[in-house]
Design a binder for this molecule. Sequence first.
Ligand code: P71
Length: 468
Amino acid sequence: MVPPFKIKVVEPIALPSAAQRREAIEQAGYNTFLLRSEDVFIDLLTDSGTSAVSQEQRAAMELGDEAYAGSRSFFNLERAVREAYGYRHVIPAHQGRGAEHLLAQILVEPGQIVPSNLYFTTSREHVELAGGVWVDVSVPEASDPVSRFPFKGNIDLAKLENVLRAADDRIAFIRHEACLNMAGGQPFSIANLAAVQARARAHGVPLILDATRLSENALFVKDHERGYARHSLAELARTIAGLSDGAIFSSKKDHFVPIGGLLALNDDEVARRARELVVVYEGFPHYGGLAGHDMEALAVGIRESLHEPTVRHYVEQVAYLGALLQDAGVPIVLPLGAHAVFIDARRFTPHIPQQQFPAQALAAAIYVAGGVRTMERGIVSGQHGDEPYDGLELVRLTLPRRVYTAEHLEYVARSVAEVYEARSEIPGLRMTYAPEHLRFFQARFKPLAPMPNLAQDEPAKREIVETR
Ligand code: P71
């Protein structure tokens, strides 16, 4: 699909030399989070806060009301959230995890359970810091990288019912994540969400959405769930949100803002407690850690997130990159999800045992080969303490929205294909430093054998002109 926008402001990028890349990844402890962005050519680390803002967002930012309390920009944001999703109470937060923190502090008592589809790192951490216990109730297809099931974001209703029966009065809330990040970004169906809601009601338990990437979930529903083909994304977003009691949003994704998050609720008492806590951790309830201009950009971004050509173009970009990688024989997770192509490191580097961090090693190798930054989503991110882990072992190539062109994606695919040719030479890693919380962000590694010389400066790459 031809992009439904044209580019007006650009940021120069350049490929560092092969020697610089090798030096940079070593300095970064073979952790792509620890690279400097100046050492990165194409940055597919995350779609979080990295999207391009629109001219309408920039114009709205000029009108930001920076009043500490009663900011006009807050009321604009509140109106946008109510119109798009229908929630009654809107509490801004500095980003998604700020909202997760408030929610966990309010709803989770020590020993209580949060059933959820798979996990998200920060969501789980906040539940556990509040003394809660995370229980996975995802469908089995979510953890199967070769299953073509289109709704890997669904909750397994039998698993959920078992948890609810066994622990009726110890359930804090049910968490249902849109475009399930750790599975590969695949959606839930509205039918599944409605069935989860019915069970939540029957047991008197709140159902909270992680509504991050809700707009792409709505598009997948429109395209793949029977009965919704004629619905607009706006109608679908209202329907989805209307099946829940509340939501957290990391607005840094499909709301096109560099910073921002939301806690949206229908229950008056929960919202009152959230407003009590927001002043302790985020700021006055009329800004929650955001500037007035941030809230203006977010209000506009929420409306843009329901513009079908914009969302469709993005999802098709992901599909395009996925198809290029498949053509090169690279094993990826299917079906393709919302925001990223996930390489299956177990099949890419079968010679590296999981204890030697194959996805982490592969992400480092991909950087060295072409200056492309990706993210490990395997044992480093997923293992909890000393618990055994034999889950997914993936490298995520995440697309910022409205940022890269088809040529960038073709370069990425060529670069990964080169690594695939030399895959047997990629060494495993050993971890030399592991922080206590969310270790993947800052852990450090050393290769168990020298990294192969993947970093050729092939002619196509050398043509790139240094601009600074
Ligand atoms: C992503 C991120 C950002 C991230 C966070 C933690 C580790 C690595 C990267 C953030 C999400 C998310 C979902 C479903 C809540 C958050 C937290 N994703 N829910 O995918 O995907 O939001 O980052 O705004 O605090 O790169 P926050």
